[in-house]
Design a protein around this ligand. Structure first.
Ligand code: FE2
Length: 285
């Protein structure tokens, strides 16, 4: 398991652990009062203390448990407001990128859906059980920022109606580092540090290859963060089935064949299998 996956699993455990800890604390108070009542009755035959202790236990249960539920709702609702704000900001940034890049209409929304599809497929395996709906949502929401660095690529390269020269391609490749830098400077102060880290990894590493022949760093295998390996599959598949200035869209069957050819070289072999399995059963992608 790579470090990012481990962190996601740890985060999920922390949230569950916190909620469980709070509930257990409430139950402990009630249990202590009941034990006190039992001691009063069986050891000291003190019926007065028994009645008082049981009374306190019942009152505590009546007040503490609803307090726990209410507190949890408040925390969830505050968290949701922050998430909504972040999502709005991210959607705006993603829209600006898409408007600039004339060749990729709808690419951002479609790749986010493909990322979600693959993550849901992965989450069914015990190995990826840390991919809870909340973690999947987080990665899906970070996916639209994968090409945010294209905002710094000159128009004559970004929208060139034809094949890029070697020099132009080197300029275009810079978009992953530009994107990571932009994310570092613009959203590093958001409340959700995990989201920032996922968005950063996706922007920087989504053109890395499993065999280490990608860019910008040339890392390989599971050194590449999981979310970037997922993004790579979604990004390439959508580019294959979509029209570009230099090509017609490939039929789905041809796109799947090309993805298969990249299994273990361009793409994570296990994720490739899951991706092909998922995409083959979809009629809308
Ligand atoms: Fe890219």
């Amino acid at each position: 398991m790579d470090a990012q996956s481990k962190e996601m699993r740890d985060d999920t455990n922390i949230v569950y652990g916190f909620k469980l800890g709070l509930l257990v604390s409430c139950l402990k108070i009630v249990a202590m009062l009941l034990v006190s009542a039992a001691i009063s009755y069986f050891v000291f035959c003190d019926y007065g203390s028994l009645v008082v202790s049981v009374g306190f236990a019942v009152i505590s249960a009546v007040f503490l448990i609803p307090m726990f539920v209410s507190y949890e709702k408040q925390v969830t609702s505050q968290g949701q407001r922050i998430v909504n704000l972040q999502q709005h900001m991210i959607r705006t940034i993603a829209d600006v990128i898409e408007e600039r890049d004339a060749s990729t209409g709808g690419h951002i929304a479609r790749t986010a859906d493909l990322v979600e599809m693959l993550l849901v497929g992965m989450s069914k395996l015990p190995k990826y059980s840390f991919l809870t709906p909340a973690n999947i949502e987080k990665i899906k929401n970070a996916a639209p920022l994968h090409d945010v660095g294209k905002i710094k690529i000159p128009d004559n390269v970004l929208n060139k109606p034809g094949k890029l020269t070697v020099v132009e391609y080197e300029v275009m490749k810079k978009h992953s580092e530009f994107g990571a830098d932009l994310i570092l400077r613009s959203i590093k102060n958001v409340e959700d540090k995990k989201y920032f880290s996922i968005a950063y990894n996706i922007a920087l590493f989504h053109h890395e290859r499993y065999d280490g022949k990608g860019y910008p760093t040339g890392i390989s295998g599971e050194q590449i963060p999981l979310e970037a390996r997922v993004m790579a599959l979604a990004d390439v598949y959508d580019a294959l089935v979509s029209p570009r200035v230099y090509k017609e869209p490939f039929p789905k069957s041809k796109a799947i064949e090309i993805i298969k050819e990249g299994r273990g070289t361009q793409f994570d072999p296990e994720l490739t299998d899951i991706f092909i399995n998922c995409i083959s059963s979809r009629t809308d992608m």
